[in-house]
Design a protein around this ligand. Structure first.
Ligand code: FE2
Length: 369
């Protein structure tokens, strides 16, 4: 693992503030929204559709060739920015493809400026700058949800607070060009990276570079399969997704034990680490400099993973894929002075995924293209 301390030069102007929102393209938005709300504890905040005067967009029932190719998944990751014009000008100068030039969206609650740039695969980034404090529910054009789901108030809260990081899977040899794109075009810098020599199973190995903005509020790991592995889950992802795309979204919680108790009660399904994982964890913790505050027995029951170094630790757990195709999944993460991504758990994560891959017939049948 490498951590990078050089943030590079502070951009003269412009700023990426934080993740703003994520747009999914799905075959049935009404049903997908119910899944995220019921199973993951999301709440409906706003709606745009026929009832709110929108005929060309969303939020319900957009089928396109892009969607048919990739299946349900993440189409766009939006960032809140300052000085959007400067950021777009810079990105363009450095070769970024601007899908949509800056435009203004407004309604009676306020005004925002937006622009869209292309990133890996068919994924895009929307940049959003507030031109005035926005007093509406979400963004101009959105209204209150039309229907209320009377089940939601009866369910225990998901306790998920914000997006911690969003990971993009790339095919062979595409990781460095993609991370370079973030560094050149969005003025991001490298934050962390990991080599395939450190983490592999018989079938899977990956390389990963994490890029982040100057303030380090937006973390974007970029993965690629390591060369020569028999069959990588990243290859499985790319095959089923029809190319690169978002592999997982990590959601931050400040109480992972209660969050997972609640999400399991809501019927959410998570990958299960074997008991052997907890045996070796207990062994390794004996000689470590840090102490895990949470009850290990409880973590084991809930199948929550632990990764640590001399200064701190993180707790994390991964869902199974959240659509038919083995593509996008979610992560829940709690950090205790640890800023990694769970590299110590990748191996057991791979092994858990491989069990499911095997069940799908994709562990040995597939060959890397
Ligand atoms: Fe992650």
């Amino acid at each position: 693992q490498t951590t990078y301390t050089d943030k590079g030069e502070k951009p003269e102007k412009g700023k990426f503030v934080k993740f703003h929102h994520v747009t999914f393209w799905v075959g049935n938005a009404k049903q997908a929204a119910v899944f995220y709300c019921d199973k993951m504890g999301f709440e409906p905040v706003a709606y745009k559709g026929l009832e709110t005067g929108s005929r060309e967009v969303v939020s319900h029932n957009r089928l396109s060739l892009t969607h048919i190719k990739h299946g349900d998944g993440v189409k766009d990751i939006a960032f809140q920015v300052e000085d959007l014009e400067f950021l777009i000008k810079k990105a363009k100068e450095r070769g970024a493809v601007v899908v949509k030039e800056p435009w203004i969206e407004q309604d009676s609650y306020g005004k925002v400026k937006c622009a869209v740039v292309q990133t890996y695969g068919d994924t895009t980034h929307t940049l959003i700058e507030y031109l005035s404090p926005y007093k509406g529910l979400f963004l101009p054009g959105y209204n209150a949800p039309v229907v209320k789901d009377c089940l939601l108030p009866k369910l225990p809260p998901g306790l998920l607070n914000f997006i911690d990081h969003i990971v993009g899977n790339q095919p062979d040899d595409a990781m460095v060009p993609v991370s370079d794109w973030y560094q050149n075009c969005l003025l991001f810098h490298r934050f962390w990276s990991i080599d395939d020599k450190q983490i592999h199973t018989q079938y899977s190995a990956l390389r990963s570079i994490v890029v982040t903005n100057y303030e380090e509020t937006i973390k974007m790991p970029i993965n690629e399969p390591a060369p020569g592995v028999k069959k990588s889950q990243i290859q499985e992802y790319c095959d089923y997704n029809g190319g690169p795309g978002v592999q997982h979204i990590a959601l931050n919680t400040s109480d992972i034990i209660q969050a997972i108790v609640n999400l399991r009660a809501r019927g959410m399904d998570f990958l299960a680490a074997p008991d052997a994982y907890y045996e070796s964890l207990r062994e390794n913790l004996k000689t470590s400099k840090i102490k895990v505050k949470e009850d290990l027995k409880r973590l084991q029951e809930l199948k929550i993973l632990v990764d640590f170094d001399d200064k701190g630790y993180l707790l994390q757990i991964f869902t199974k894929p959240v659509q038919d195709r083995p593509t996008l999944f979610l992560e829940v993460i709690q950090r205790h002075n640890h800023f990694g991504f769970g590299a110590g758990n990748f191996k057991s994560l791979f092994e858990a995924i491989e069990k499911d891959q095997d069940a799908r017939g994709n562990l040995t049948v597939f060959t890397s293209k």
